[in-house]
Design a protein around this ligand. Structure first.
Ligand SMILES: Cc1cc2nc3c(=O)[nH]c(=O)nc-3n(C[C@H](O)[C@H](O)[C@H](O)COP(=O)(O)OP(=O)(O)OC[C@H]3O[C@@H](n4cnc5c(N)ncnc54)[C@H](O)[C@@H]3O)c2cc1C
Length: 473
């Protein structure tokens, strides 16, 4: 009898372990064709494209070691599946689910067209700890607030999260027409130097993610609760891009952390952050338009400003507010920014500069290696006050106080803004407070060595509160 052949469609699950679709398909068929389809109509940021290129390369190498390869295509997945089906005797197609509006509609359409052709079609949860539709409150609707969402989710997970082991897969080996090489996808951006610098900070791929998780558990997790808010230390996991591309599953992280001998408080704090990721997807699933529109509809009328000059200063890290500028430089340098600083730069953009959160969200989407449709839009809606369980709009971060609290010696700021190295610690977060004499004493001149602030923090705070009042009446 001829081999039963199935297709596993890799998307944001670029791994072989704890991959529910692969594990299940392996039981159903004799041979699995591992397919990746690059859809040009799906927007990807520059940093994401570069990470993706490397991650595909590594996955392809892993598959080559198993005597197969990644079958890469470019274009409309439905047409590509039809082409493979006309060439090979395919009995099954399988993938792990995605939760944004476009992916849900596309997947539904592909599933129904495959079923019409009598091809078995299955999808699985490989991206989240729990499916958004499984976490419901007592009245049967979804949670809009994080704390009860996570309490319910955590209870369910603690009782029944069991990882299925990944047995030896039987991958397909023969040729298929129209398969592309990775470099034919032309993912690498014209700004090669910038991207090479960003990529030099990261080890990409499934094995690297696994090692990073273990190192994090061994060396950082016991300090996570107190350390996670301090950009001047290095106590967070930096697993976000690996989670985004699915090089590691949140279920593996949950299981490994629970298994570790670290104290409960730090374990729970860390897992609750993975919980925020699930919560973001719970919101995205239930508010599919939240990538474009504010969840709280009153924000549609918010009097956002348009100011190209200020937006450019923010992007380039030239606002004259050190912790904001350091964050924006970190982003451009590493393709990543510390969570506390993401909140500070987000508050500054949407409240002190009064620029639309979409502008910030777009820039993050282009430059973050962890740019993620769920977490990014949820993060921006949270900080701008328009989200479901958001920081209230009137909570305007004071970047000087934030800097003094979370980067008390100014080490984070100095790392990314070396021109502030020579000024005394007490002025690091507000160099404009130095008198001309003091500036001379330290051979530092505001406006020459570091920009003057582009806005007055106190005036713009009042302006933001007045703008908020307009939509609150
Ligand atoms: C304005 C704004 C935009 C953001 N955009 C993104 C984004 O595009 N992609 C992204 O992955 N995260 C985003 N975040 C969330 C958070 O900043 C990052 O996940 C975190 O900084 C990644 O670093 P880490 O892996 O060291 O985190 P850790 O502290 O080690 O946390 C572990 C994991 O939990 C998840 N996580 C942690 N905090 C959050 C959070 N607040 N929301 C959702 N998930 C979280 C991440 O997957 C992270 O890798 C954003 C936050 C804000 C305020």
């Amino acid at each position: 009898m001829a081999d039963k052949i199935g297709i596993h469609w890799f998307r944001l699950d670029l791994r072989l372990n704890d991959n529910p679709s692969l594990i299940n398909l392996n039981k159903q068929v004799d041979k699995i064709i591992p397919v990746y389809i690059y859809e040009e109509n799906i927007e990807l940021g520059q940093a994401s494209k570069c990470w993706l290129e490397k991650s595909l390369e590594i996955l392809n190498n892993e598959l080559s070691r198993l005597d197969s390869k990644l079958y890469i295509f470019k274009g409309d997945p439905k047409k590509i599946f039809n082409k493979i089906i006309s060439e090979k005797n395919i009995s099954s197609v399988s993938w792990n689910r995605l939760y944004d509006k476009h992916s849900i509609e596309r997947d539904k359409d592909i599933k129904s067209s495959l079923i019409k052709k009598s091809i078995d079609c299955n999808s699985f949860n490989g991206y989240l700890l729990s499916e958004p539709w499984d976490i419901k409150n007592k009245s049967g609707s979804f949670f809009k607030v994080f704390t009860p969402f996570w309490k319910t989710n955590f209870e369910i997970l603690s009782k029944k999260l069991i990882l299925k082991s990944s047995k030896k897969y039987n991958f397909y080996k023969k040729d298929i027409i129209s398969v592309l090489k990775i470099d034919e996808l032309k993912l690498n951006t014209p700004k090669k130097e910038w991207m090479n610098k960003i990529l030099s900070y990261w080890e990409i791929g499934e094995s690297a993610a696994k090692v990073k998780l273990q190192k994090f558990i061994n060396n950082k997790l016991s300090n996570y609760g107190t350390g996670r808010d301090r950009p001047d230390t290095d106590f967070t996991s930096k697993l976000s891009p690996h989670l985004h591309f699915g090089e590691i599953s949140p279920r593996t992280i949950f299981t490994e952390v629970m298994k570790s001998k670290i104290d409960d408080d730090n374990k729970k704090k860390f897992l609750s952050e993975i919980g925020w990721r699930d919560f973001s997807y719970n919101l995205l699933f239930n508010y599919p338009e939240m990538t474009e529109l504010p969840i709280q509809s009153k924000f549609i009328k918010f009097p956002w400003l348009k100011d190209k000059k200020n937006f450019m200063a923010w992007k380039l890290g030239k606002t004259g507010i050190p912790i904001v500028d350091a964050g924006m430089k970190e982003l451009y340098e590493m393709g990543w920014m510390h969570n506390r600083v993401r909140m500070i730069v987000g508050s500054f953009l949407t409240k002190n500069l009064l620029l639309h959160w979409k502008e910030g969200e777009r820039w993050f989407f282009d430059t973050l290696v962890d740019a993620d449709i769920g977490s990014n839009s949820a993060g921006w809606q949270w900080i701008s006050g328009s989200g479901a369980d958001a920081s209230p709009y009137f909570r305007i971060f004071n970047p000087i106080l934030q800097g003094k609290k979370f980067d008390s010696k100014g080490e984070y700021v100095k790392k990314f803004l070396p021109s502030l190295n020579r000024i005394p610690e007490k002025f690091i977060h507000s160099p404009w407070e130095m008198s001309i004499d003091e500036q001379e004493k330290y051979n530092f001149r505001l406006g020459r060595d570091y920009p003057k602030p582009i806005v007055d923090l106190s005036d713009t705070r009042k302006r933001a509160l007045a703008a908020f009042k307009k939509i609150s009446v």
